[in-house]
Structure formats: C-alpha cells, structure tokens
Design a protein around this ligand. Structure first.
Ligand SMILES: [Zn+2]
Length: 189
C-alpha cells in the first residue's frame, strides 16, 4: 500500500528514505493557498505520484483503500489536527471537479492558515517512493510525500480481498451444485 500525504508545507524526508512509524515527515500546508490548512491522506493499491484517476466511485475502490479500514492512529499521526474528513472532502465524496475524493482531508485550521508548520508523523514503517517539493506550488497539491508501507506489517486489506474472492468462489460452487441437484432430480422424475 502506498500512503500519499498532500498539501504539505514542508517535507522532511526524500525519495529512497526509510521511514519509521512516529517519525516526523513534514508539516501541514494548504496546497498553494487554494484551501485552508489541512492534510490530505489517501492510500493507493499501486505506486502513485500526483495523478487523480478517480472519475467514478468504482475507480476509487479499484485504486485506493478505504482509509478508515486501515487502523490508522489518526491522533498519533496528527496530534494537533482534528476532524478527520471535516474540511473539504471525506472518503468517496464527490468533488467539485466532478470526480470522487480518494482519501480524507484532515482539518488543521481553526479559521485560517494559522496552523501552517505543525508536524505530521508517519503512521507506518516504510520507504519514501515519491516526493514533490515545490514550495507548496504543485497545482493544488502542495508538497507531496508517498510512503510504501513495509510488506507484512499489516495485511488487513489484502486478507479481506482474499476472503471476499473466496466467498464469491464458494457461492458460485453452491450455485453449480444446486443446478446439478435440480437436473438430477428432474432426470429421476
Ligand atoms: Zn483531499
């Protein structure tokens, strides 16, 4: 899984860096002045930079995890922030440009941009696979960090996907067996 942090003011890690849970990775910004100070976090199923391939809810589900299902310690990640999903957009919410929001926005503002510079701590062990430092200038993205979560540290969602697939297979098997029983009964009269 690839954890993407956006709208940051400063990055304290760079591509290739190993990151430990609890390590300070950057500070809160606002994405080049377009919004009040907030942190955007989404978690992708594949390597990601700053593209936004989410025109439908199905595309979001296909490409991203539900951040609320990941057991993220929000308070440890952003102890000074509050109101996950309260500012801007929540998970799977339709956004103004017509797509859907693939992550959550976490409020860092009490009414302006006074909360710039407050720290963000990594919620996971992993490695930085992408970073953008543009003094906040990167479209509306601000500075961005992507951290690939260390393999094996948490398999919650892969396991859930596997169980869902297994469940579907079992349903299909039961349906097939039902059909065969019906046909056999018919033949026997
Ligand atoms: Zn956002």
């Amino acid at each position: 899984m690839w954890y993407r942090f956006a709208h940051m003011d400063r990055n304290f890690v760079k591509a290739g860096d190993k990151v430990k849970k609890g390590q300070k990775i950057g500070t809160v910004g606002n994405g080049n002045g377009q919004y009040w100070a907030h942190l955007h976090l989404d978690v992708a199923r594949h390597p990601i930079t700053t593209e936004y391939p989410v025109r439908t809810k199905e595309e979001v589900r296909k490409n991203f995890y539900d951040p609320y299902s990941l057991g993220i310690d929000w308070q440890a990640m952003t102890p000074h922030l509050d109101d996950v999903g309260n500012l801007g957009y929540d998970w799977l919410q339709q956004i103004q440009t017509g797509g859907y929001h693939p992550g959550v926005d976490i409020n860092a503002s009490t009414g302006g941009n006074t909360d710039f510079g407050k720290p963000i701590y990594s919620p996971i062990d992993g490695e930085v696979t992408y970073e953008w430092r543009g003094n906040g200038k990167n479209g509306g993205w601000g500075n961005v960090i992507v951290i690939k979560k260390e393999d094996g540290a948490d398999n919650c969602c892969d396991e859930a996907d596997r169980l869902r697939a297994e469940n579907n297979d079992l349903r299909k098997t039961i349906k097939d067996l039902d059909g065969r029983i019906r046909r056999a009964k018919k033949e026997l009269g």
